[in-house]
Design a protein around this ligand. Structure first.
Ligand code: NAP
Length: 335
């Protein structure tokens, strides 16, 4: 049975990367009772080895940068729990006519006056037999994070974009053999990366090929491929399969709450407010930030900025409801 806590949060922030953690820093510093619910920390940024365009850092790893944001959010007073949100519902008549939400995870229900949707995008899956079974047992969606575990082993990278190309190039430095499997006969990545990959003798490019099955016992030992032109199938031995085929926005479970675009992205105003579904009316109490929104610039610095806006807008919204709601930094200044 789900555990519903008595605590009412000012804001529940869903997600664990730049947008969420920045929102948490700002919300907690405004004395909002803040809870971050994340499956893990870092999101897409944690999948990037070296970041050279985040202001203030000439060069920083994605994981260290996200860990710094996490520390800062906790220091500011935000609570962080590691759970997956499955349902968000408005609780009718729970807050004197103002919205109150129930955020449900697999085991708990959290009550909150505002929700900030900032959980970004999720890696796309191949949806083939064996993929789920061998998750974390040879199948990975993050070359940067898991690549070192496959040092000295034969691996496959699936995809034809920059992530797959970069992943194959990186793995070719630590693995004796890398198969790069792409469903078409042309890559969609940067030309210089394509050239780099073609130069590497231990990268074998398999065009027009799709993965039909991932096989193994305790861990992965091979993949079955099909050539989509000849229909031929073959099995190749590998210990690791890196699925680098882009990402999707998982918003199916919130489409009853907020308006989405055709790609399933949350439509947000410049101030991170959302809309009611099928309406141009702003949805009170629900805010959105970062890659989950329609913003075309899926950049860490943009996510951080939008997370900041979402938290400040949530604060303004609560302050409008409760005039006595005062930021802690204002209170400190008065002392
Ligand atoms: P992407 O550009 O969307 O490419 C996804 C690749 O996976 C495509 O080649 C696609 O094939 C293939 N694919 C999609 N669904 C598939 C399926 N079900 N089965 C097999 N193959 C499938 O994704 P990404 O490479 O992760 O890059 C995402 C964004 O980040 C891009 O804008 C990219 O430029 C950027 N990025 C930049 C850098 C960098 O600046 N260094 C590094 C990494 C990523 P088709 O080609 O046939 O569609």
């Amino acid at each position: 049975m789900d555990d519903i806590t008595d605590t009412v949060y000012d804001s529940v922030i869903i997600g664990g990367a730049a947008a969420s953690l920045t929102a948490a820093i700002y919300a907690a510093r405004r004395a909002m009772k803040t809870l971050v619910i994340a499956k893990s920390i870092g999101g897409q940024a944690a999948m990037t080895d070296v970041i050279e365009n985040y202001p203030g850092f000439m060069s920083v790893g994605g994981i260290p940068l996200m860990n710094k944001m996490l520390k800062q959010a906790i220091k500011a007073g935000a609570e962080v729990i590691y759970e997956e949100v499955t349902v968000i519902e408005e609780i009718p008549n729970a807050n004197n006519g103002k919205p109150m939400f129930a955020v449900k995870t697999s085991g708990n229900i959290y009550k909150t006056k505002t929700v900030i949707l900032s959980y970004g995008k999720t890696p796309r899956t191949l949806d083939v037999p064996g993929e789920g079974e061998f998750g974390a047992k040879g199948v990975s969606y993050c070359t940067v994070c898991d690549g070192p575990l496959f040092k000295g082993k034969k691996v496959a990278v699936v995809g034809g974009g920059n992530s797959a190309l970069e992943g194959a190039e990186y793995l070719s430095k630590i693995c004796p053999k890398v198969y790069l499997i792409h469903r078409r006969d042309q890559f969609r990545g940067f030309e210089y990366l394509v050239e780099e990959v073609k130069k590497r003798e231990n990268i074998e490019i398999l065009f027009n090929s799709i993965v039909k099955e991932i096989k193994g016992e305790q861990t992965v030992h091979s993949i079955v491929l099909q050539n989509v032109v000849t229909n031929e199938t073959k099995e190749i031995p590998v210990s690791g399969v890196f699925v680098e085929i882009g990402s999707v926005t998982k918003t199916e479970f919130i489409k009853h709450l907020v308006k989405l675009d055709q790609m399933g992205q949350v439509l947000a105003t410049n101030n991170a407010e959302t809309y009611y579904p099928d309406s141009d009316k702003v949805r009170p109490g629900i805010f959105a930030a970062g890659d989950i929104t329609q913003t075309p610039f899926k950049q860490i610095v943009v996510s951080a900025g939008e997370g900041c806006k979402a938290a400040l807008q949530a604060y303004n919204y609560l302050a409008g409801q409760q005039p006595t709601f005062v930021a802690d930094w204002v209170a400190k200044k008065k002392k």
